[in-house]
Design a protein around this ligand. Structure first.
Ligand code: ADP
Ligand code: MG
Length: 505
């Protein structure tokens, strides 16, 4: 009997500018649930995509069921019994459950598709998982959790022996999580090896046998779950030292600029209240799906609020759409700046001037060229945007300078609050420092800076105050002097319901 059904040794995988996997080794046994843990960007998904043939490794060895594998394609991985269930589901909404399960492998009977046979086999798989669903139901009519169960059924129909689940519970209710755990335990008892990726540390105790922790693309440790503690797991996830350098400026905290009171939008923005003062950077920490982006979208008027007040410099605002926020002086540098923040095909000049035409045009709608030149030059010099001239395409700038254009175009209108959503994602270290300097500049000009980041060192290094969100609520607020990575992570995993109940072991 093989001790390990998956042996990954010294695997490397780089993307342009990132070492996503840096000498990672990983081992999985049959009949175990292994939790793969790490902060956002640690390399968990990449490692599992390598194992399922979606990404090709740069180097390193992979052995599956004792067979050393050369080129691993998705098809080869499936033949070997590897199945991956992604966080985003991959279903055809207009097809039935049976059709989805057998998609691409439709059962044919003398050349014709045999629906009857497919339905029968699909039913057998659903029964094996104790899933009470009619195989002829259209998948689009199912809840997310039921769709996920169909994905699992699909994986099993290919005889999966190695099942990878990448954050499967993030969209589920507690009852649904219970059901999912029931299925996971059943598969484990049948001898499947299961890799379970989740940010919900408190749920691990119900299903997990071992944990493997990754950080910065490296394997940090693997431990038996029963022999470790939450404290030890968290310490290994966050690491102890902050490696990057953060330029920190200290200013006097001034008057209150922005006040958010009892904001509610759906499940991910629940009773959010906080203030921002002049001369401070407020960081907002939390794990994927905590509701941080949704909160900023609600403030900015992208999504309609159910209730709540937004008060700027003492005046209540009515914000129903982004333009209302912009006109009032609240601006957002969105997460995906190429998609939402910048017209990459336009010149830097146009990127700065176009959104401000309302103040650049005279009553007849004619642009005042002198005013435009002044605005463009001012913005470029104030934010020290590095470029040959304002006519170059925005796409040609470095990530840090692009970000400055995104923000700069709004600052030209005398803004009071700037919200940054993951401003340093996907940019190199030097550009990151440029953005930290930009945030510091804004802070010194008396502009309130509010920023979302999933990178703990950055949140700790640049904020004056930190709000932590989990599951749509603010679960903690820390002055920077009191903040520790462990404390932030503790708040970030403070789910309000004890999710697991009935069939927990
Ligand atoms: P995790 O799943 O632990 O959050 P990932 O494996 O998704 O982490 O990412 C690890 C690193 O690799 C991150 O820096 C991420 O930005 C980068 N990365 C992942 N996939 C790609 C890709 N397709 N192209 C470029 N960079 C990527
Ligand atoms: Mg991931």
């Amino acid at each position: 009997m093989l001790e390990y059904i998956v042996e990954i040794e010294h695997v490397y995988k780089s993307f342009p500018g990132v070492k996503a996997l840096d000498d990672v080794s990983f081992h999985l046994k049959s009949g175990e649930v292994l939790a793969l843990l790490g902060e956002n960007g640690a390399g968990k998904s990449t490692l599992m995509k390598v194992l399922s043939g979606i990404y090709t490794r740069d180097s390193g060895d992979i052995t599956i069921f004792g067979e050393k594998i050369g080129v691993l394609t998705p098809k080869k991985a499936q033949e070997l019994g590897v199945a991956i269930i992604h966080q985003e589901l991959n279903m055809c909404a207009h097809l039935s459950i049976a059709e989805n399960i057998f998609l691409g492998r439709e059962k044919s009977h003398s050349g014709l598709l045999s629906n009857k046979e497919m339905n029968k086999q699909a039913k057998a798989i659903l029964d094996r998982l104790n899933i009470d669903l009619d195989p002829e139901t259209i998948v689009g009519d199912l809840t997310v959790s039921k769709q996920q169960m169909v994905e699992i059924a699909k994986a099993l129909s290919t005889n999966a022996k190695i099942l990878i689940m990448d954050e499967p519970t993030s969209a589920l209710t507690s009852k649904e999580i219970d059901d999912l755990f029931g299925i996971i335990r059943k598969l484990r008892d049948e001898g499947c090896g299961i890799v379970y990726i989740s940010h919900r540390l408190e749920e691990l105790q119900y299903i997990v046998d071992r944990v493997t922790i990754m950080r910065d693309g490296r394997h940090i440790t693997t431990m038996n779950f029963a022999e470790t503690t939450m404290q030890e797991i968290i310490e290994n996830m966050v690491g102890r030292e902050i490696k990057e350098k953060f330029p920190k400026v200290v200013c006097e905290r001034g008057k209150k600029i922005l006040e958010i009171k009892n904001l509610n939008v759906g499940r991910l923005v629940r009773d959010i209240s906080f203030d921002i003062y002049e001369g401070e950077i407020v960081g907002i920490a939390g794990l994927l799906g905590a509701g941080r982006t949704e909160t900023t979208r609600a403030i900015f008027g992208v999504d309609p609020k159910e209730s709540g007040e937004i008060i700027l410099n003492g005046e209540p605002l009515t914000i129903n759409k982004p333009m209302d926020a912009i006109k009032a002086g609240i601006v957002l540098a969105p997460e995906d700046r190429k998609k939402d923040g910048l017209c990459t095909k336009l010149s830097v000049r146009d990127n700065i001037a176009l959104p401000n035409l309302d103040i650049l045009c005279n009553a007849l709608g004619v642009v005042n060229k002198g005013k435009e030149d002044e605005m463009v030059e001012d913005t470029i010099s104030k934010l020290t945007i590095k470029l040959p001239n304002a006519e170059v395409d925005a796409i040609s700038l470095s990530g840090g300078n692009q970000q400055k254009v995104v923000v700069g175009k709004w600052l030209a209108r005398n803004s009071h609050v700037v919200i940054f959503d993951e401003p340093t994602r996907g940019i190199d270290v030097a550009a990151k420092v440029e953005i930290y300097n930009l945030m510091n500049d804004l802070k010194m000009q008396g502009i309130g800076v509010f920023f979302i980041s999933s990178e703990m060192p950055e949140i700790m290094g640049i904020s004056d105050r930190i709000l932590v969100m989990c599951d749509g609520r603010i679960t903690g607020e820390l002055n920077i002097e009191d903040a520790t990575q462990n404390l932030i992570l503790e708040y970030a995993t403070k789910f309000d319901s004890k999710v697991i109940t009935s069939n927990a072991q």
